[in-house]
Design a binder for this molecule. Structure first.
Ligand SMILES: Cc1cc2nc3c(=O)[nH]c(=O)nc-3n(C[C@H](O)[C@H](O)[C@H](O)COP(=O)(O)OP(=O)(O)OC[C@H]3O[C@@H](n4cnc5c(N)ncnc54)[C@H](O)[C@@H]3O)c2cc1C
Length: 389
């Protein structure tokens, strides 16, 4: 019997299976994942796991028995190589798998740099368990770490590396950190935080050359004219959506698999959720978000859609990042060019971005109470902040 097939056995895929079973849905569910692992949590990889505070077993969302206990067929280590919407099949290495409903939950993969391929012995990216194992193998012989990219992964990695006493140089081509996700004022605040913690931060700086020694990088030439000798290069320059299967099947893709407000692709029986999905906001903009909240909430929403709900997906986006002792939390999406008002708190602070009298986004630094409140109030009239500057 052909049932629901999910390609990708990550955060979104598991949540979909859990939500369907929690709702009493008894259809056949098959999860196909190309990693050799059951669904696991990625955020600790650049945080507690990198620090050595968590073990591999702590990463898995559910114990191995959960899948058989709940009638969910989990196939790991199997890459789907094609989908055929006309015949309703997914091509696997050893067979064609039929489906009634197909969900693409294929996530995203690290962007690479042509001059710094991960085939070089001391060049690494960080997306999954295999990547972190590779990094943990490399680290004992590394004292000087170069991080390319000042986004969340690069900054979290830099913070943990400083905690181990290694020398860290972070090179970011843009003039500020986390430029896609946080406001300029907060970028500056985080730049100062990293500098205070000893990171040699090179903003508005590019890599212009790579000096090799055998199959390793010995040094990088930077656009500021300096030579950066290094033992390890972590490339953290963003991710690309895994939309290749959808593209090959002729489904519209535009920075991700294009879906409707009910997360449906152009093929009525095929849906996409999580990091790989480009979905419409209420204001008509189309976005693709890379966050746990997005993967979980879209999976929960899709479970309802598959049970007949026609409501549009409209969850409030939120995100967090841990760097040193600082927890950054963001509720809502940062609007372009909005002025921020600072709400000071005793332990932390928040920045509110208000558009047309409505709270569009709140950025909170060590201010969890304000963040939790904003998850409920984003999109509603902004309340006058305390200590507006
Ligand atoms: C190091 C790191 C730290 C992070 N920290 C945070 C954080 O602090 N806060 C936060 O909100 N988010 C964080 N994220 C992002 C968050 O983990 C992702 O947004 C989330 O995992 C997305 O879930 P997903 O199910 O869409 O994709 P994934 O979890 O990536 O799962 C997709 C799976 O599909 C597999 N796949 C792809 N193509 C195929 C195919 N053809 N056949 C079979 N399988 C396939 C992939 O290999 C992968 O296993 C972090 C991510 C990383 C990598």
């Amino acid at each position: 019997m052909a049932g629901l097939v999910v390609i990708g056995a990550g955060q979104a895929a598991l949540q979909l299976a859990m939500s369907l079973r929690a709702a009493g849905d008894s259809r056949e569910i098959t999860l196909i994942g190309d990693e050799p692992y059951a669904p696991y949590s990625r955020p600790p990889l650049s945080k507690s796991f990198l620090k050595g505070d968590t073990q591999v077993d702590d990463l898995f969302f559910r114990p191995p028995g959960w899948f058989s206990d709940n009638g969910v067929a989990l196939h790991t280590g199997q890459r789907a190589s094609a989908i055929d919407p006309a015949r309703r099949i997914v091509r696997l290495p050893d067979r064609d798998l039929p489906y009634d409903t197909l969900v693409l939950a294929t996530g995203a993969r690290p962007r690479s740099l042509a001059d710094l391929p991960a085939t070089l012995g001391n060049v690494a990216t960080l997306r999954g368990i295999d990547d972190i194992r590779n990094l943990l193998d490399l680290l004992p012989s590394c004292e000087r770490v170069a991080v390319i990219g000042g986004g969340f992964i690069g900054l979290e990695f830099a913070a943990v590396m400083r905690g181990t006493g290694r020398s860290v140089t972070l090179v970011e081509a843009a003039p500020r950190l986390m430029g896609r996700a946080v406001s300029p004022g907060l970028s500056d605040w985080f730049a100062a935080l990293h500098r205070r913690n000893g990171v040699d931060l090179r903003l508005a700086t590019g890599v212009t050359g790579v000096e090799r020694q055998g199959d390793r990088v010995a040094a990088l030439a930077l656009s500021d004219g300096t030579r950066l000798a290094t033992d390890l290069v972590l490339v953290g320059v963003g991710v690309l959506p895994n939309d290749d299967l959808a593209r090959a099947a002729g489904l519209p893709c535009d920075n991700g698999i294009v879906v409707t407000e009910t997360l449906r692709t152009a093929e009525p029986r095929i849906f996409a959720i999580g990091d790989c999905a480009a979905f419409p906001l209420r204001d008509g903009r189309r976005v693709r978000l890379e966050s746990v909240q997005n993967a979980v909430d879209q999976a929960k929403h899709l479970a309802r859609v598959l049970q007949g709900d026609t409501a549009p997906y409209a969850a409030t986006p939120w995100f967090w990042s841990d760097q040193y002792e600082v927890k950054l939390q963001i509720a809502g999406l940062l609007p372009a060019g909005a002025d921020a008002a600072i709400i000071a708190d005793t332990t932390g602070f928040s920045l509110d971005h208000v558009v047309g009298g409505l709270l569009a986004c709140r950025e909170s630094v060590n201010d969890p109470r304000a963040h939790l409140q904003a998850r409920k109030t984003v999109g509603r009239p902004a309340i006058s902040p305390v200590g507006t500057t």
